[in-house]
Each structure stands twice: as C-alpha cells, then as structure tokens.
Write a protein that binds this ligand. Structure first.
Ligand SMILES: [Ca+2]
Ligand SMILES: [Ca+2]
Ligand SMILES: [Ca+2]
Ligand SMILES: [Ca+2]
Length: 472
C-alpha cells in the first residue's frame, strides 16, 4: 500500500506515528495502518484499514470520514484508533463502528456523528444505528476493555456507545429482571473527555452509554471530564444481570437533560385521550368494565412502548396503572450476586425527565454509594435514588452535595429485607424538592437497624427517617 501524508499534517502525523509505534507491544509489531483520506472505502480509507486486519490505526488525513454503511472490525485482538479530532460521519441511519468479536477497543481523538433529527415523531427505521457498538463473544472470558479519550458521539438514533455481553442483543431489557445470558467476561469502560450528546432519540430505550453484562463478570465504569446530555433514554445505563458487581467512579462529569424520548406532554395528551373517563391508576372489584381501554395500542400512541402498563388480577380484584416511561441521568441496575459500589465526585445531574441518579441493587450484595460535591437539580422525579433489596444494606456518604427543585425527593435511600441503612450527610444543601415537602428520606422496610446522620447542612424540607434513627 502506498501511503502519502496530506500537506498540512506532516509533522503531526509523524509525531502520532512515533507515539503509536512506541505503544505497540515490545516494539516488534507491525507499523500502524495509516488512514490518508476520508473515503468510505478503498486504499487509504479507515474501512480498508479495519478490513485489512490492522490492530493499530492512525488517521493522518484532516478530512472527515463519510460512511455509507457500518465500519466493522471483526478481529479479536485489541484495536487502537488514533485521530486528531476528525469525524466519522453518516447521513443515514446505521451504526458507525462495530467491534463484532469482543475485542478490546481504544480510541483517542475521534468524533462519531450520525444524521440527527430524530425524535418520537421522527423515529429511525429498524435497526436503529448506534455510535460505537462492541459485541462480546458468547464464549468470551477475562475482560473486555473499552477506553475512549477525547471522543464525541452525537446524532445517532440508538445508543451512543453500546457494549453488549448479552445473547439477546437488543432485547436484553434492564438488569433487574433483565433477560438473557452472557459470557464469563467482565466489562471495563474508561472515559476521559468524552461527550455523548443528542443520541438515543430515534427509538425507545436508547441510552448514551449502555452496558449489558450477563453471565459471570463485573462492570467497572470510570468517567472523568465527560458529559452525557440530550439522550432519549438514560445518559448512562449499566445493567449487571447475574453474578458480578458494578463498580463506578465518576469525576467532573455531567448527566443533564436526558430521558425525554417519550415526550411527557405529547404522550400525556395521548394517554388522557386513550383513558377517557378512567384514571391512570385504579382497581376493579369484580368484572373489568367492557369499555376499559386495556393495553396501550399502536392506534392511540405514537409509540406504545412509552407507556408502562400494569394490569394484575388478585383474588377477584384487578389493579391497573399507566405511567409514561421517561428516563434518568445515570441508571444502574445490579441483580444476582454482587454489590453496587459508586463514587461520584464534582459532578452535575440536572433536568433529567425521570430520576437524576437511579441506583438499584437486588439479591445478594449491598449498595455503597458516595457523593462528594454532586449537584442534582430540576430532575422530574428524585434527585438521588438508591434502592436495595435482599440480604445486605445501604451505606452512603453525602458530602457537600446539593439537591434542589427536583419533582420527587431530593435524596432517597431505601433498603428492604435483611440489612442496615447507614447514611452520613455533611455539608449538604437541599430545598424545593417534592413540592416543598421531603428533601431526604431513609427507609428501612424490613429487619435491621440504621441511622441517617445530618451535620452542618442546610435542609429546607423534611427529613424522613422510617425504621432508622435520625441524628442531627
Ligand atoms: Ca459476563
Ligand atoms: Ca450481580
Ligand atoms: Ca446483588
Ligand atoms: Ca437489604
């Protein structure tokens, strides 16, 4: 292959090549493949480099890369791609980069941009395109590591970044009761200076970052100086379904303005018309009336998936409920064996359409969550919500953190079954949550004991301690 450098990038490209070469194992490996033009295919293109089996790719062209179909890397060896701010684009609805055999991935200095313009009234045709998709092999073990540094993802219809260790592909659902099996592999995600903006607006339940972890294995997610904004579903959703823990560490990051694919105004109007004279929740003692509308229909709703519908009969009484399924800033569902461990520092969680932070843990394992200088404001439901079920309890430090003007409570720690609740709130500021009622709530529903200790804080609303001691 003949390689030529574009005019303006000689020195830079040479420097990048030198850096990249020294990163290669032992120095004895092949030189990196160079991407010298922005063509969709052919010599010097990114597609040619990926199809040629390159594991180290340096983009030297200053052109953006326009793709007509997904770029696919099918190797199992780690793939590294180094750019200097170029953009991999498409005008169509397709996935931009697919790692189809669970390879480790490292990308530095590259942007991924879909066509944009999606919303509930302008959904993508299936399959909805993702930004970066890493598909873990069914028989994989060890760890799958995805490292992004100085990367942006925008304008795609589906997840911005999706790492799937789930044999049901896009039908995995969420971890609590989420379906599917997976490999023995764990998933590690490291984001530095990553921006995911305006993705996931072309279909229901499409997130900024989505990790589906099934079978044995953990999720480890670290983010620094990263932002997750204007996503249709959750800014970040981590679903850990069976054996394994979730460990997350977030610093200097933003989870703002997410969760609005199911536009509450439009879907609310559709729901009101659908229900007619019925309330959105209720019960029937005996027969269900013939004119009861029942399950959401495609005729009545732009996207019937936007309605969470519960209809349960128990001993002759039928209960029902309809709710609009909006989403969160940062959502973790940990199920099966294993705990949920989170440290969130110097970060912002604002104006999300459901909860700001929504952490759920069930079965064996605890919640251990520390918030240091985190602001959650104007989220539609709770600012911070932690729910633990099964053996073990909840331990949390809420230090210098703020919850203001959230539609639900400011911060909630819930614990069920065996286990204690211990929450230490220091230097916190809360007001205007829950229509001026509850700011902080620590609840123990079953056996166990615990305390919520509040020191040096400015709490305007109520503190509810249910089954635990309040110390002020
Ligand atoms: Ca796994
Ligand atoms: Ca687990
Ligand atoms: Ca668990
Ligand atoms: Ca418990």
């Amino acid at each position: 292959m003949i390689r030529s450098f574009p005019r303006s990038k000689h020195a830079l490209a040479a420097a990048v090549v030198a850096t990249a070469a020294t990163l290669g194992a032992g120095g004895a490996c092949a030189l990196p493949a160079l991407v010298t033009n922005g063509n969709d295919m052919g010599e010097g293109s990114l597609r040619a480099a990926l199809e040629g089996g390159a594991t180290e790719i340096v983009i030297t062209t200053d052109q953006d890369i326009m793709t007509m179909s997904p770029l696919v890397y099918g190797g199992e060896k780690k793939l590294r791609i180094y750019g200097t701010g170029q953009t991999v684009m498409t005008m169509d609805n397709h996935t931009l980069l697919e790692i189809s055999n669970g390879a480790d991935l490292e990308i530095i200095g590259l942007n991924f941009m879909g066509p944009g313009g999606f919303d509930i009234n302008n959904p993508a045709s299936a399959p909805a395109g993702k930004g970066i998709f890493v598909d873990v092999r069914d028989n994989q073990s060890g760890t799958v590591k995805v490292v992004l540094n100085n990367v942006t993802v925008s304008g795609v219809a589906n997840h911005g970044v999706h790492i799937s260790d789930c044999d049901l592909a896009d039908d995995c659902g969420s971890g609590g009761g989420g379906a599917g099996g997976g490999s023995n592999a764990s998933i590690i995600v490291e984001f530095d200076d990553v921006t995911i903006d305006n993705v996931g607006n072309g279909k229901f339940d499409a997130d900024g970052l989505r990790v589906d972890e099934r079978g044995n294995g953990n999720i480890v997610f670290r983010a620094d100086s990263s932002t997750f904004t204007n996503v249709g579903a959750d800014g970040v959703e981590l679903d850990e379904g069976q054996n394994g823990v979730v460990i997350t560490s977030v610093n200097d990051s933003k989870f703002n303005d997410n969760g609005g694919y199911c536009d509450p105004v439009q879907v609310g109007d559709e729901l009101a018309a659908f229900l007619g004279s019925y309330e959105d929740e209720g019960e029937f003692d005996g027969d269900v009336p013939e004119d009861f509308p029942g399950a959401p229909t495609a005729e009545a709703f732009t996207d019937p998936a936007c309605i969470e519908y519960v209809f349960e009969e128990d001993g002759g009484v039928t209960e029902y409920e309809y709710a609009i399924d909006t989403d969160d800033g940062f959502d973790i569902d940990e199920a099966g064996n294993g705990s949920l461990i989170a440290d969130i520092i110097n970060s912002e969680v604002m104006r999300n359409l459901d909860e700001g932070i929504d952490f759920d843990e069930e079965d064996n394992g605890a919640i251990d969550a520390n918030y240091i200088n985190v602001v959650a404001s104007e989220n539609s439901d709770d600012g911070f919500k932690m729910s633990e079920e099964g053996p073990a309890g909840v331990r949390s430090l809420f230090l210098g953190s703020t919850a203001i003007d959230n539609g639900g409570k400011g911060a909630v720690w819930e614990e069920a079954d065996a286990g204690d609740v211990n929450v230490l709130v220091i230097g916190a500021t809360t007001s205007g949550n829950d229509d001026g009622e509850e700011d902080l709530e620590a609840v123990q529903e079953d056996q166990g004991s615990g305390t919520i200790t509040v020191q040096d804080s400015n709490i305007a609303g109520e503190i509810v301690a249910d089954g635990v001691d309040l110390i002020q």
